[in-house]
Design a protein around this ligand. Structure first.
Ligand SMILES: [Zn+2]
Length: 270
């Protein structure tokens, strides 16, 4: 079964804090929420524990999106260290919140050979994993732009090679980056690939981002609401259901909960 939720506090939440967001997610009959640490990990441990209690009481699953300002292929060693720290902090506070999936955009190519970037990213994630002694899954995301590390192949390979690493599959990003992957057959192809390379367990433990998307030749321009985009979300939901995908599906559309509800209802009607 798939759980449906929002990237951050729903727009219709009266207050903007994480706890109010969880309560609003529950009122909307949604199942999960991604905590957005995208501008930095500023949540204190005390609050994280309260977030965990609120999520437990309301049976809302949580995940975390690490800060955007991460580049494991940065030129300066110091910037790589800061990037690693941001992922570790996201994981630590996320874990206190009861989140298991820690999503991040791993790196930029910076004009380097993607194979070299892969090696650097892998090494950095290994170092991150070596200091994480609690139960989280690191989720490098499929990114929406040619300049960004994060093809489907790259995130699958990292997941094969490293323990406690699984992909975050952002279907809008894959579509924006390739201008393909927008039909039932193509969505199924992605799922088959994941199953072949990572096993049925990975299909039963997915982390998915969906939104409409505007894109240019090189990829993503901005996120759109599903109905205002060319994203073939109906076939995507059908492919996920037919394939038996389970896990968290997070709406990253500007209207957040409206598209989360739209997708949830489509899924339930199938
Ligand atoms: Zn992301």
């Amino acid at each position: 079964m798939l759980l449906f939720g929002t990237a951050g506090v729903p727009n219709s939440s009266k207050r903007r804090d994480t706890i109010s967001g969880i309560i609003r997610v529950k009122e909307l009959n949604l199942d999960c929420m991604e905590i957005e640490f995208v501008r930095g990990v500023r949540m204190r441990e005390e609050l994280a524990k309260k977030v965990r209690e609120t999520a437990n009481e309301n049976e809302i699953a949580l995940s975390v999106h690490a800060p955007y300002f991460i580049n494991l292929n940065a030129r300066e060693e110091k910037k790589i260290e800061y990037s690693k720290k941001r992922i570790i902090d996201s994981a630590r506070i996320g874990h206190l919140c009861g989140a298991r999936n820690i999503v991040f955009h791993a790196a930029y190519y910076m004009g380097d050979d993607p194979k070299d970037v892969y090696k650097k990213v892998k090494k950095a994630i290994e170092e991150i994993l070596s200091v994480i002694n609690f139960d989280v899954v690191l989720r490098p995301e499929t990114t929406g732009n040619w300049k960004e590390f994060g093809t489907l192949e790259e995130v699958i390979s990292l997941s094969q090679e490293l323990e406690n690493v699984l992909p975050c599959i952002d279907f809008a990003h894959i579509h924006a980056r390739t201008h393909k992957y927008n039909t039932y057959e193509e969505f199924t192809k992605i799922l088959e690939r994941i199953e072949e390379e990572l096993g049925k367990e990975a299909i039963k433990d997915m982390h998915i981002h969906v939104s409409g998307i505007e894109y240019e030749e090189y990829g993503e321009k901005k996120h759109l609401n599903l109905r205002e985009s060319d994203m073939n979300y109906k076939d995507l939901i059908k492919a996920l259901k037919d394939f038996g995908a389970s896990g968290l599906l997070i709406s990253e559309s500007p209207n957040l909960e409206e598209d989360a509800v739209l997708l949830r209802d489509l899924y339930r009607k199938l």
